[in-house]
Structures are given as structure tokens and as C-alpha cells.
Design a protein around this ligand. Structure first.
Ligand SMILES: Nc1ncnc2c1ncn2[C@@H]1O[C@H](COP(=O)(O)OP(=O)(O)OP(=O)(O)O)[C@@H](O)[C@H]1O
Length: 384
């Protein structure tokens, strides 16, 4: 990587460990000492986030650049060789709308990822952060964000080999640079988690709102599950609200359900974020909401590919000639209850409601079900 003063193979840590020498091609290897220096000994003052994979610190590297330094939690630590193989793959993937991986640290038990630092936080903390951000997202900016995320995801789905299913597209995984260009984070990370480790999300309910029911319930992982999550995110960006809001009247709590009701009544425009004060292109906003509904249809086969989504969002493909069927609503399938389990920290129990009599009524965190419970045992079907 040209932006660094020296490259990994010359660093002292790599010379000490033959596994590391074999494992690195594209990745800068940082010493633990360097990262201690960059983060002021992982000082709480530099901690910028905590996710399911571990804590994230802001740090200043030797070359003066800022970095987001993600310390993977103990359970997620796999062997040096396997870790570096995956890291190499992730580091090769570069796109304007994907967060860039600078390098990593694999000294002793540490598994640390070093990313490009994005100045404007995530969509979850800004646009959807309930007014706690000073950023203003006008209509043009929102369109740019939707198109950018769609392009990043289309790249993962259709250009990268082997293709990548992100599995956790959501507002907290969309980071914004200083110009509000969106960057998808955490892609490829699922592969760094050993098969027996459950990924425990810090925002279980929020994450579930993005999950395609066929993945959440049946563990069937295809690109169409990401496209479902993207559809939810798209409706969130246009409406400026989270997919679930328990403070609203019951009929408005679930965003997708609300979008479907308004679509049927031909009143979709009523879902557009009121904070835009009417300053938006109504036709385009309704088109974006319809694309969100297309992406979340119950049958995965009916959901468009991400390349088609990019074309529809940018006006290069007609969205109106497609019939839209009812979205797959997780609330139709189950009465979700999340309860704390003292032994495993988390135990997600799903009770099937009358809408899905044939579904297995209970799944726990050991089942091949959701990104919340387990990544690695879900089946991945490349054909879709
Ligand atoms: N490259 C980055 N630049 C700036 N901030 C970042 C970067 N990466 C992560 N962060 C911050 O750290 C927080 C935690 O990120 P992380 O990806 O670990 O978890 P998450 O996506 O919020 O949750 P989960 O792991 O449950 O999906 C983010 O919300 C963001 O505020």
C-alpha cells in the first residue's frame, strides 16, 4: 500500500513469524506497539464504537492519517493463517463505496483490523440518530447515498470473485466520509468468525428489522437477503426514520408495513421525511420507495439484482413497469422475543404466529438462522 511509509514484510513482527510471512500479500501488518501508540494505549477517550465484533478506536497512524482500529473480541480470534487469508481477500476489494482496509495486527492473541477513518460517522448515528447530529441530509444528498450504497453492494454481489454476500446491511454499517459519500463497512467480516462463534449484535432488534424472513427463519443465505436489507435501508433513508419505532401508533411502528399500506392507498409520498419541508422531487421519492418495496418482496426471486437497482435509482431502467407484491414482513411470521440468557449472553427465541403454521416454532442461537445468531452455518446459494 503506497500510502504508508513502509510495507509489512519489512516489519519486525512479520520477520518473527513464518505464518505471517506466508500469509501477507496486500496487507500492511501493524505491530501492537504501533497501535498502542496510535490510540494512546486504547484509551477510552479514543473509543468511538462498540459492535458485535468488538470495540472500535480512533487512532492516528505514524504517517499522520487517522484510522478506525477494530479490536476483534476474544471469541472471534481465529488462527493466524486463516485470519490472514481472509484479510488478504478483504484488502483486495476496493471500491469508492466500500470502507478501505489499511491492514491488521496479529501479534499473539490480538486480531485487530485497521480501516480508513470516516469523518461523519454512520447513517444510524446521523440521519437516523433522532436529531442528535448537526448534519443535514437534503434530498440530493440522500439520493447520492442510496445510489452509492447500491453501487457498493452491486460490486460485492456481481464483480468480486468469489462474490460476497454482506449479510448485515443496515444503517450502522453505512459510514459517511467528509463529503457524505457512503461507504459500506464490515463486508467480509463474517468470514473472520470461526464457525462455532455466534455473532452477538449490540442492536438485536434493529438488525432483525433488516433481515429477510427466508434468511432469518430458514437460514437460506443468498444475495437476495442483502437486497431485502438494502430495500429496508432505502425506505429508511427516504423517510428519515428507523425500520421500527415503538413510540409511534401501532399501525405506524413498522416502516415496511407502513410503506405497503401507503402504497396500496397510492399515498406513498406521505412517507417522505417531513424534515425535508417539502423540498424534494416527489416523483423521484415515490420511485425510490417503490424500489425499496421491490427489494423487500416476499419471494426472493421477485427482488431485482443490485445492478438493476442501481439502474432504476439512476433512471437508466424503468421501475414502474414492475409489479410490486406485498413485502415479506417479519412481523407476519413471528412474535419475536429476545431474552437474556445468563450462560450464552443472548438467546433469541421466535414464536411462530398463525401466519406461518408450518414453521418450526422455536429457534435459538444455535440454529442456522440469522446474522444475529450465526453467520457461518447459514447455507449460501450462489445461484440467486
Ligand atoms: N472506519 C470507520 N470510521 C469511523 N468510524 C467507524 C469506522 N468503523 C466503525 N466506526 C464506528 O464504530 C462503531 C461500531 O462499529 P462496528 O462496525 O464495530 O459495529 P456496528 O456496525 O455499529 O454494530 P454491529 O457489530 O452490531 O453490526 C460504528 O457505528 C461507527 O460509529
Amino acid at each position: 500500500m503506497t500510502c504508508f511509509p513502509f510495507f509489512s514484510k519489512g516489519s519486525s513482527s512479520s520477520r518473527q513469524d513464518p505464518d505471517i510471512d506466508e500469509g501477507i500479500q496486500n496487507v500492511r501488518i501493524f505491530t501492537y506497539k504501533e497501535l498502542i501508540k496510535a490510540t494512546d494505549d486504547f484509551s477510552p477517550a479514543n473509543k468511538i464504537g462498540e459492535g458485535g465484533f468488538g470495540s472500535v478506536y480512533k487512532g492516528r497512524l505514524k504517517n499522520g492519517k487517522f484510522a478506525a482500529i477494530k479490536v476483534l473480541s476474544a471469541e472471534s480470534r481465529q488462527g493466524v493463517k486463516e485470519f490472514l487469508t481472509e484479510i488478504n481477500t478483504i484488502a483486495e476489494i476496493q471500491h469508492e463505496n466500500l470502507v478501505k482496509l489499511y491492514g491488521c495486527c496479529v501479534e499473539r492473541n490480538n486480531r485487530i483490523l485497521v480501516y480508513n477513518y470516516l469523518e461523519n460517522n454512520s447513517l444510524a448515528q446521523t440521519l437516523l440518530g433522532g436529531g442528535h447530529s448537526s448534519l443535514y441530509f437534503d434530498w440530493r444528498t440522500r439520493c447520492g447515498i442510496c445510489i452509492g450504497v447500491a453501487r457498493g453492494l452491486a460490486f460485492l454481489h456481481e464483480e468480486v470473485r468469489p462474490l460476497i454476500v454482506h449479510r448485515d446491511i443496515k444503517a450502522s454499517n453505512i459510514l459517511l466520509d467528509k463529503d457524505l459519500t457512503p461507504k459500506i463497512s464490515d463486508f467480509g467480516l463474517a468470514k473472520l468468525i470461526p464457525p462455532n462463534m455466534t455473532h452477538v449484535s449490540t442492536r438485536v432488534a434493529g438488525t432483525l428489522g433488516y433481515l429477510a424472513p427466508e434468511y432469518a427463519i430458514g437460514g437460506k443465505l443468498t444475495r437476495k437477503a442483502d437486497i431485502y436489507s438494502f430495500g429496508v435501508l432505502l425506505v429508511e433513508i427516504v423517510s428519515g426514520r428507523n425500520n421500527t419505532n415503538s413510540r409511534l401508533p401501532i399501525e405506524e411502528q413498522f416502516l415496511l408495513e407502513r410503506a405497503w399500506q401507503l402504497y396500496e392507498r397510492k399515498e406513498l409520498v406521505g412517507l417522505v421525511d417531513p424534515s425535508l419541508n417539502g423540498e424534494f422531487d416527489a416523483e423521484q421519492a415515490c420511485k425510490y420507495l417503490k424500489i425499496g418495496l421491490l427489494c423487500t418482496q416476499e419471494s426472493p426471486k421477485l427482488r431485482p439484482s443490485m445492478t438493476s437497482v442501481v439502474k432504476m435509482l439512476t433512471g437508466k431502467m424503468d421501475a414502474d413497469d414492475r409489479k410490486i407484491t406485498k413485502p415479506a414482513l417479519i412481523s407476519d411470521f413471528m412474535d419475536l422475543k429476545v431474552r437474556k440468557n445468563q450462560e450464552s449472553n443472548i438467546d433469541t427465541t421466535y414464536n411462530t404466529s398463525s401466519a406461518s403454521e408450518n414453521q418450526d416454532s422455536t429457534m435459538t442461537s444455535s440454529a442456522p438462522s440469522t446474522s444475529v445468531t450465526t453467520f457461518s452455518t447459514a447455507q449460501y446459494d450462489q445461484s440467486m
